[in-house]
Design a protein around this ligand. Sequence first.
Ligand code: GUN
Length: 284
Amino acid sequence: MASIIDGNKIAKGIREEIGAQALKLKQEKGIVPGLAVILVGDDPASQIYVGRKERACEEAGFLSRHFGLPSQTQEKDLLRLVDEMNRDPAIHGILVQLPLPGHIRTEAVIEAVDPRKDVDGFHPYNMGRLLEGNPLHRACTPLGVMELLDRSGIPIEGKEAVIVGRSNIVGKPLALMLLLRHATITVCHTRTRDLGGVTGRADILVAAAGKAEMIRGDMVKEGAVVVDVGVNRLPDGRLVGDVAFSEVEPKASHITPVPGGVGPMTIAMLLRNTLNAFRLQTGA
Ligand code: GUN
């Protein structure tokens, strides 16, 4: 029987810590961190995520500025808005929700954000700093995974960590974060041969492939720590992760549920990154 890692509870604690710090800043210096959230189009999942991010910001006492742009928005108009936010002294963090509509070049938008305000950690400058081992802003979801491991007392140094998924948002930055903490890392993907053989070696297994319940019980070592980053909607409407929970849970020592595992941590880490960005820019 695994110990269930309660992401809701851990994230709530972090949000409260951040809220207390923001309140202190407001009382002592009269300034608050400001986050601009930009959503292009009307993707329903993105609308839900963005709404949660904005609410969390407000609850923490931050300034939250929302920009909902129509799906036909031209790239140059989005770039102009990003630039305006780069120059706005009340805004310390900028988040452009992904995915963007196909006619907009995602990399051009990511590169337009001032790296100091890049609270998503997606800018090549921030990815480069992480690769170098001297990170500034780090991507929220992998940072949330690291925080879950740390707050659950799971040792990382010297462990065999296997990540399934090589996205820029999760798999790649998480591999670098685990490497910085002295794990031995393996990144699996769609072309990996004998996936179960590789995942079966993991002391820490992270599923971030976006494929419903693909990690089965026989792919996991007895006593492994299993972190599920997946969020998949099944045809019957159920929300499941990338891990077949009922098969894997009996073998794992620790496991994160979906929902209520990594998801809430992403938002908590966005708040932390925004607070850090604020401190960097204001010296507060
Ligand atoms: N889409 C899915 N995850 C994320 C994220 O962490 N940040 C942004 N901006 N878009 C996303």
